[in-house]
Write a protein that binds this ligand. Sequence first.
Ligand SMILES: [Zn+2]
Length: 249
Amino acid sequence: MLDSRREVRWDYLLPKEFAAAVEECPVCYMPLGTLERHGAHLPFGLDAMKAHGLCLRAAQEYGGVVLPPLHWGTHGWWAEDYRRGDDSRWPADKQPPGSVYIHEGLLINLLLSMFREIEYADFKVCVVLTGHYPTQQVAAVKSAAQQHMVSNPLKVWALCEPELSGEVEVGADHAGKWETSIFWALHPDLVKMERCPDPETGLFTWCSEDALEASPELGERVVQYIAEQLGQGAAKLLEEYEQERDCGE
Ligand SMILES: [Zn+2]
């Protein structure tokens, strides 16, 4: 196990330490999310902050460098209409301001540019963890990964954390038991359970009722498990990269 206090954030590293980190473990972590309502008890930035925290834990324990969290994600461009209340099919889904979604094409282009930069920085593996996981976001992220790998050696592993569910359960929800627990373990000061349900309305709006089953202990178990899966998965991809390079020589 590496020193858990060492700096792994790309934006905080100095050139000498950056070069040493890449040399030691050429794995780049890219945490993604969006600004989105997560009930009355959690902050807008939860998705990217959650992914960032999980990536930091993985890199601190298994090596690698972590990009700053990207808070610009997608819900599919059609979401623009319904969340503004302009789509008669989903009038009840109108959202008050505060959530931010970008076009999926813009996200794909941004990721493609980033993969080029990551490859130029000498990374061999990129783990893209999206903490925001509607179908359109996950499809865009996986599509960008596939597009880049068609003609480049960088191994891109694009996933959302519920895909790692196995030995330890990692459920998929929106501000429910799982997301609340994971975020509670990573940012205990930012979880306001006294506001769940929303005290002004008594409702569980933009979150689910099982948020009440969340706990920092469950969160810590899940965080530790996800960090292990990410670190070990990245190490396996690094091995594959080296094997393919050896075969090519
Ligand atoms: Zn979320």
